[in-house]
Design a protein around this ligand. Structure first.
Ligand code: FES
Length: 615
């Protein structure tokens, strides 16, 4: 069969593919990072790109989602356009695949207590007077040195043991946890004991390489979650895992392969080997957790949204194919419920919410919004489907918080915005959208119901923005945030009435979730001592804007504190300390999950939270 040459511009990278595959498949084959927010189902119209050579006739869905001018210029949807001959694909943004990922995290003091310890032994060789078998000899020497050897040696360890002991002249390092010996290494390797903590987000994966003897962070690495090519949100991935043949293993292998890449990268940055890494801790939402373990998350998409397991999970790195030391162990943190996962447990662990004297509210807005309220007395948690608007996937000019995104907007002295990485804008990310909508509200360009006002309805103060308040051909009202000359592709970036509606739904869901938790805990806003905003989005958003639109109650504005990637900090804590890991299990048991869809009166509460505050 004749293959087709696909050339990706502007990087001029060529690959060869079989005819008939989609441009999306070609992009994935070439290894580019590219967003397919609807999972490549031809629904969202966001995978728009230009195919200057080889574009085939548009499909009916493309005709519907793309305007005539774009079609005439050979713009197509990557997930629908098929390759039938040699093709040139113009990539709009993947040439700078640097994602703004939050690495910094809350400071937390913990006592170092690694899951695995090393001890160096200088054993006496056996002789005719001392004929102790190798295992018993090693076991007794280990216990004499203060580590537990256990009585169930792994067969693999026994098979290698005679050679290891003799080749090293009975000078070996033993690797053991509280129950058994996991490995024996020749000579003294006690100066190399590393671990890596992973926070597997729906969109990004962050890894922290730590020296388990000192707690020092040696490297921090990050990457786009490769599963994004199967869909931006967890629901699309659950569907792929459940309904596509081999879908589950494809998603599982994609994340394992990415983690293996990050492990190598982190070890390289620190000047170490991947074999020097002995423990791995993992947090992620429940879907990411299941996919990491290769467990089908199918039931998470079906009421009553039951996960396969909640409890912490310890397994060997070999079982999952993680390329660390062959004796390496994995510590997956527990989940709380189907949509409140190990990442939330990580947030609670890092912020010590379960030990807090006063009542605190923790909000982690990622692809979903997880909310936890309480103190050492009681913790209640819920999850809202808040993410898509904040992550840009259902916003007309929306994009993730990466190079080219408008991330902050100000109206104080005329309309001004900043773009991540500088230069012209390509779209708007969640924090920019929040600022923009808060500004529209405060400037009187939009009313409290979220309606963009026509130029003739504007107050004298807002009149200077009259030419930005437009009506699109479809009749939909919009506000021009960035004019054509200010954008990468020469098309204005708008905040449409539909975008505002999406934001209202998202902020309404979170605001209603907070109300439900207050009700469930039986307290009011005065009782809330602090609001902890976790996650990348929580760190970048302007708390004033979040309170101005009612995402967070206005009364709490002065009590908001961003805590960075607290989920990742929790994963680090669980890596460095057995006690913290055990505590994670307790937090999961302790936290009461509230299912919003089953909460009496939730739809009424939600509806009442859709409007914006009056001032
Ligand atoms: S239309 Fe292509 S990813 Fe949605």
């Amino acid at each position: 069969m004749k293959r087709c040459k696909v050339t990706f511009q502007p990087v001029n990278q060529e690959i060869y593919v079989s005819p008939g595959i989609t441009v999306k498949d070609a992009i994935n084959l070439a290894g580019f990072e590219f967003d397919f927010p609807c999972g490549g189902r031809g629904k969202c119209g966001k995978c728009r790109l230009q195919i200057p050579t080889g574009a085939v006739a548009p499909t009916p869905a493309e005709q519907e989602l793309l305007d005539e001018e774009s079609l005439a210029k050979d713009f197509r949807l990557a997930c629908l356009a098929r390759i039938t001959g040699d093709t040139v694909v113009e990539l709009p943004y993947v040439t700078t695949p640097k994602h703004q990922i939050l690495i910094a995290a809350v400071e937390k003091q913990i006592r170092l207590e690694p899951h695995l310890n090393k001890i160096y032994l200088e054993m006496d060789p056996p002789d005719l007077q001392h004929q102790q078998p190798d295992w018993e000899h090693l076991r007794d020497s280990t216990e004499q040195a203060g580590l537990t050897a256990g009585d169930k040696p792994a067969l693999e360890l026994l098979r290698a043991l005679p050679q290891t002991l003799r080749a090293a002249n009975w000078r070996v390092t033993v690797l053991a946890d509280q129950e058994k010996i996991w490995g024996v290494e020749p000579l003294n390797t006690t100066d190399r004991l590393l671990g890596i903590a992973f926070d597997i987000g729906t969109t990004t994966v962050v890894g922290y390489l730590l020296d388990l003897r000192t707690g020092q962070e040696l490297a921090a690495v990050s990457a786009l979650n490769p599963q994004t090519r199967y869909g931006a949100d967890v629901i699309t991935r659950i569907a792929f895992a459940s309904h596509e043949e081999g879908g589950l293993s494809e998603l599982h292998e994609a994340i394992i392969s990415e983690l293996n890449g990050l492990i190598g990268e982190a070890a390289g940055q620190a000047g170490m080997q991947r074999e020097d890494i002995y423990t791995v801790s993992v947090v992620g939402n429940t879907t990411m957790h299941h996919l990491f373990l290769g467990i089908n998350p199918g039931n998470l998409a079906l009421a009553p949204y039951i996960p396969v397991l909640q409890q912490p999970m310890v397994l060997t790195a070999r079982e999952l194919g993680l390329q660390v030391n062959p004796a390496g162990m994995i510590y997956a943190l527990p989940n709380i419920a189907g949509y409140v996962g190990a990442d939330t447990v990580g947030v609670l662990l890092a912020t010590d919410l379960d030990w807090s004297e006063g009542i605190k509210l923790a909000i982690d807005i990622g692809t979903n919004g997880e909310i936890v309220l309480g103190s050492k007395e009681r913790l209640v948690a819920c999850s809202t489907a808040a993410g898509p608007a904040f992550e840009g996937s259902q916003i007309s000019g929306g994009m993730r918080g990466t190079i080219g995104a408008i991330d902050h907007v100000r109206f104080d002295d005329g309309l001004k915005f900043t773009v991540i990485g500088g230069g012209r804008a390509q779209g708007i990310c969640g924090s920019g959208l929040l600022d923009a909508v808060a500004g529209l509200l405060q400037q009187g360009i939009m009313d409290f119901r979220g309606r963009i006002l026509s130029p003739d309805q504007l107050t004298a103060e807002a009149e200077r923005y009259a030419d930005r308040s437009v009506k699109l051909e479809s009749g939909v009202k919009a506000f021009v945030l960035a004019t054509a000359p200010e954008t990468v592709d020469g098309r204005p970036i708008m905040i449409t009435q539909g975008d505002i509606r999406e934001l209202q739904l998202a902020k309404g869901a979170i605001a209603a979730g907070i109300q439900v938790l207050l009700e469930r805990l039986g307290c009011d806003l005065d009782a809330v001592a602090e609001v902890l905003l976790a996650g990348a989005f929580g760190n970048y958003l302007d708390p004033h804007s979040a309170c101005a639109i009612g995402l967070i109650p206005q009364a709490l504005e002065s009590r908001v504190r961003p805590v960075g990637n607290a989920a990742g900090a929790g994963a680090k804590a669980a890596l460095l300390s057995r006690s913290e890991y055990r505590r994670a299990g307790m937090i999961a048991d302790f936290t009461e999950y509230v299912e919003l869809s089953a909460y009496p009166n939730f739809s009424h509460l939600f509806a009442s939270c859709l409007n914006f505050p009056l001032g």
